[in-house]
Every structure is written in structure tokens, then in C-alpha cells.
Design a protein around this ligand. Structure first.
Ligand code: ADP
Ligand code: ASP
Ligand code: MG
Length: 408
């Protein structure tokens, strides 16, 4: 008998019919004698709808109140799922994050989990209940409701698995595992049987939203056995996230292509090339709570240089406004912005021992006439910023050139 945490994403609970399906699936696991904790997301589209309502009232709603409304989507699905489990003949109890006491910090809309009280859950499991816990949410030490950032139910599930020392955390979604790239963009993408934590972390942080990045961090840190599976298929082992590189087989150099459509680029032209400039530009950006991704400073000439960086597209206008205010202060010539950019990345631990991946990537993009605007690398990834109109093409050709397409 094992303790298993099962998370079901938005599309898996998008109707009462699908919620009944989830209940049937949980019942099968329960019948095998396992203890089960289920973590549903809100019905698909619901969180967007709730945030949309808030935006109809205010263009910049108070983050605390935004969390109060955004967290309600999951409160609906936990109750419906508990009822469906009852109908399937099981004992079940639902809890919101605050009721469990998923304790978080107070960073509304992207709170971090600090601690989980496992007492009630253990008691309920001991009495034979399936315990249903709302994903995406917790409460801070003053009892304020918080949410964990978009896609945060993955993190709720992994954190519960860590806190209760579960044998496995299963993430059920609308694809049957982690693929070499988003199968909705490249139909030739291949499902991976395993992927290392390191690679999954890179893929998630570079835009593959199949797992929220924090869930992968958590699973790596607390050694949670993490698996991605389809909620619509009964067969299949999904993808296991592993610590070890698979040493038995010749590993591909690149394991996946990730992309992010949400990248926007800002450039400060003609700034004086002297110490402190990067800080003078990026300090106010950080103070405005804008996350910066890639940064490039050109080689200076004539005592001036150009400075570019990328931010989330949602922060583009805010970042432009901040730069206009620092422009005079730093003595820059001009501020230019482009919010029609995207980022495409090749990821693979095999890159460490194989030089030449970057040149192959650049040659392939050049062959398609795709101009590279920015480049950034780490030990196991290479990312480029390009015009968003080339996104699909770039992902497809890179997937092919690195030998990731499945055999026809
Ligand atoms: P859920 O609502 O279940 O949390 P998400 O939409 O958050 O589901 O994540 C699943 C989606 O992630 C898939 O439908 C797929 O389009 C996308 N995706 C992006 N990159 C990948 C990848 N490398 N492998 C599998 N799915 C991916
Ligand atoms: N419902 C939340 C969202 O849409 C959390 C999740 O689905 O994981 O972001
Ligand atoms: Mg998700």
C-alpha cells in the first residue's frame, strides 16, 4: 500500500462529467489499497474568468483581493470532486488550502509555501477518506488567502507529497507526459519516458508550462517521485522526472526545445559606458517589481553603449514607463521597445560534453532566414530571442535538426 498524491489540471475537471471520470480513476487506485490525496485545479478557463471580473472593476486590483477571488475556482472543484467520490461509494473530505493550513508567505499572487500542517490529512486518511485539497492556494500567518502563481496547483501537489512523504506525486493533464517540445506546436514531438530534474527545471523555466517551475524545484529538493500522466488515457507510464541521467542508453545531446511567447525586449540606446549604468537602469525596474530575463550590454564605442533586456510581455508598458523616467538621469539617447518577440531554447545535459550545439542552432536558424536578436547560454541550454512570427518555424526546424522528430 502506498500514499499517492494525484493532481488533476483544469481540462481534466472542466465539466461535471469529467469530474466523475476523475472520481472513477481515484476509486480504482483506492480499490488497490492505496491512500490517496487528490489536488484539483479550477475548471479550465475559470481562473482567467475570475481575474477578468476583477479587471472589469479595477485595472490594477489589490493583489490581496485578487487572491481572494482567484482562489475560489478551486473551492468549487474540491467540493464537486468530493461529492463525485461519495457517489462512487468512497469516503472523501475536501479542504481549501487555508483549512489544511498550507502556510505561505504574504507575496499575494505568487506566494511561496513555507509549511504544511499534515495533522488533519493524516487523521482523515487513517479513517479511510480520500482527502481532496484545493490546489493553487494557501494562507499566510495572519490567515490572508494567498495564491501560488499561475499553474500553481502542480506546486500544491508536490508540496503535499513532500510534507506527507508520499510514495509518488502524479500530475494528470491533457497530454500523456513530457514531450521533446509542446506537441501542440510540433506534432512530431516524442514523449519522453524519463527526463532529469535539471532538464525539466530548464524546460519549465524556459516556458514549457506542462509543470510549474516551482513544483519541479520542490520535487528536486525534497526527493519527491514526480510523474506526468494523461487523465484521459488509462494506459501508459507517462514521464518520470528522475535524478539520475539514464546511463544505459546513448543519450541524445538535446532532450527538448522550449519556447516562451511572452518575451518583450527593451533597449536603452547610447548610454554612457561607465560603472553603475546597469544598476541605474535595472534598479528602478526591480523596484517596480518587474522580473528581468535576458540582459545584453554591447561593447562600448565613443564612450557610449547600448543596453538591452527582456521582460514578460505583461510588464512591457510598465517597463517602458520606468525607462522613460530614468532616461534623462542616465543620459541615454533613446529608448526602444519591441513586444513582438519570443524566446526559443534548446535544452540538454548532453550539451556539457558536446561542443558545437550553439553553432548548429545558429546555422539552422540562419538557413530559414530567422534573425537572432539576443542569445543567452548556460551549461545545459541555449536560448535565442527572435521575432514572434518565426516561433513555430524555429521550434519545428530545431526539433528536427537535433534529431528529436519521431520516426515517420
Ligand atoms: P493543466 O491544466 O493540466 O495544468 P497545462 O495546460 O498547464 O495543463 O499543461 C499542459 C500543456 O502543456 C499541454 O497541453 C501542452 O500543450 C503544454 N506543453 C508545453 N510544453 C510541453 C512539453 N514539452 N511536453 C508536454 N506538454 C507541453
Ligand atoms: N487554476 C490555476 C491557474 O489557472 C492553477 C492551476 O491550474 O494550476 O493558474
Ligand atoms: Mg498547469
Amino acid at each position: 500500500m502506498a500514499l499517492i498524491v494525484q493532481k488533476f489540471g483544469g481540462t481534466s475537471v472542466s465539466s461535471t462529467e469529467r469530474i466523475k471520470n476523475v472520481a472513477r480513476r481515484v476509486a480504482r487506485w483506492k480499490a488497490q489499497g492505496h491512500d490517496i490525496i487528490v489536488v484539483p485545479s479550477a475548471m479550465s478557463g475559470e481562473t482567467n474568468r475570475l481575474i477578468g471580473l476583477a479587471k472589469e472593476i479595477s485595472s490594477s486590483p489589490d493583489p490581496r483581493e485578487l487572491d481572494v477571488i482567484a482562489s475560489t475556482g478551486e473551492q468549487v472543484t474540491i467540493a464537486l470532486l468530493a461529492m463525485a467520490l461519495h457517489e462512487a461509494g468512497l469516503k472523501a473530505k475536501s479542504y481549501t488550502g487555508a483549512q489544511v493550513r498550507v502556510l505561505t508567505d504574504s507575496t499575494f499572487t505568487k506566494a511561496r509555501i513555507l509549511q504544511i500542517d499534515d495533522k488533519r490529512i493524516r487523521e482523515d486518511l487513517g479513517e479511510g477518506n480520500v482527502v481532496v485539497v484545493a490546489g493553487f492556494q494557501g494562507a499566510d500567518e495572519r490567515g490572508n488567502i494567498t495564491t501560488l502563481g499561475r499553474g500553481g496547483s502542480d506546486t500544491s501537489a508536490v508540496a503535499l507529497a513532500a510534507a506527507l512523504k508520499a510514495d509518488e506525486c502524479q500530475i494528470y493533464t491533457d497530454v500523456d507526459g513530457v514531450y521533446t517540445t509542446d506537441p501542440r506546436v510540433v506534432p512530431e514531438a516524442r514523449k519522453l519516458d524519463t527526463i532529469t530534474f535539471e532538464e525539466m527545471l530548464e524546460m519549465a523555466s524556459l516556458g514549457s508550462k506542462v509543470l510549474q517551475i516551482r513544483s519541479v524545484e520542490f520535487a528536486g529538493k525534497y526527493k519527491v517521485k514526480l510523474r506526468v500522466l494523461s487523465s484521459f488515457q488509462d494506459e501508459g507510464e507517462g514521464t518520470l522526472i528522475t535524478v539520475e541521467e539514464n546511463k544505459q542508453m546513448e543519450q541524445p545531446i538535446i532532450s527538448g526545445i522550449a519556447f516562451n511567447r511572452d518575451e518583450a525586449k527593451l533597449t536603452v540606446l547610447g548610454v554612457p559606458d561607465r560603472p553603475g549604468i546597469a544598476y541605474q537602469i535595472l534598479g528602478p525596474i526591480a523596484e517596480a517589481n518587474i522580473d528581468v530575463d535576458m540582459i545584453i550590454q554591447n561593447v562600448g564605442h565613443d564612450g557610449t553603449t547600448d543596453f538591452s533586456f527582456t521582460v514578460n510581455r505583461g510588464d512591457f508598458n510598465k517597463a517602458l514607463m520606468v525607462l522613460e523616467t530614468v532616461k534623462g538621469h542616465v543620459g541615454a539617447r533613446e529608448i526602444v521597445g519591441d513586444n513582438k518577440t519570443c524566446k526559443v531554447s534548446a535544452v540538454g545535459v548532453g550539451m556539457r560534453s558536446h561542443p558545437g550545439v550553439a553553432s548548429q542552432m545558429f546555422r539552422t536558424l540562419a538557413g530559414e532566414g530567422i534573425n537572432i536578436q539576443m542569445i543567452s547560454t548556460s551549461e545545459i541550454k541555449i536560448s535565442v530571442v527572435i521575432d514572434e512570427k518565426y516561433l513555430e518555424l524555429a521550434v519545428r526546424v530545431l526539433h528536427k535538426t537535433f534529431g528529436l522528430d519521431q520516426a515517420a
